[in-house]
Write a protein that binds this ligand. Sequence first.
Ligand SMILES: Cc1cc2nc3c(=O)[nH]c(=O)nc-3n(C[C@H](O)[C@H](O)[C@H](O)COP(=O)(O)OP(=O)(O)OC[C@H]3O[C@@H](n4cnc5c(N)ncnc54)[C@H](O)[C@@H]3O)c2cc1C
Length: 169
Amino acid sequence: MIQSYKKQPHLSNKYDVIVIGSGIGSLTAATLLAKSGKKVLILERHYTAGGFTHIFKRKNYEWDVGIHYIGEVQRPNSAIKKLFDYITDKKLQWADMGEVYDRVIIGDKTYDFVKGVTNFKAQIKAYFPEEGPAIDRYVDLVFQANKAMGKFYINKTLPQWVSRFLGLS
Ligand SMILES: Cc1cc2nc3c(=O)[nH]c(=O)nc-3n(C[C@H](O)[C@H](O)[C@H](O)COP(=O)(O)OP(=O)(O)OC[C@H]3O[C@@H](n4cnc5c(N)ncnc54)[C@H](O)[C@@H]3O)c2cc1C
């Protein structure tokens, strides 16, 4: 339940955990704790919850302040899809971004970012044919960085001796 602290400033109940800020990270951690039986209070200083996940409207347009798409959620067995399913009781539905998920317009030139790694590379190479090997190298590096991230973040959550024992650091 979301409550304005100004309207209800007396928090008399006791909490197992108090989370400061309501970004996607805090909300995920808080939900996992609440689902494991903890009583959790989330305190947010902004007038709305969600951090960079929230949107605002001006005239007839809707704007993202941060997140506009999330990868890997289309794969039923990806860790991120399983996590979102768990914390939302499978209520969160994902919309496909379509074939072109980003369009960059610079002056009179337009560059489409298309779905799928093979298609993406082919499309960018079509825009910059002389950069083929560099585009391949760039995409490979993105995948390498992505792979290394798993180990990096697991390492951050463990005590140093456990991490050393497991050969992660
Ligand atoms: C322009 C932009 C575009 C992005 N696009 C994408 C994208 O397409 N896909 C993607 O996966 N990621 C994207 N990101 C990154 C993603 O938005 C962030 O990594 C993620 O939302 C950060 O979440 P977080 O949990 O760290 O907290 P945040 O979203 O940063 O939220 C922190 C919250 O804590 C609150 N807070 C801070 N201090 C206090 C305090 N002292 N007391 C009370 N409340 C406090 C803040 O008000 C805020 O609500 C984008 C980021 C930006 C800026």
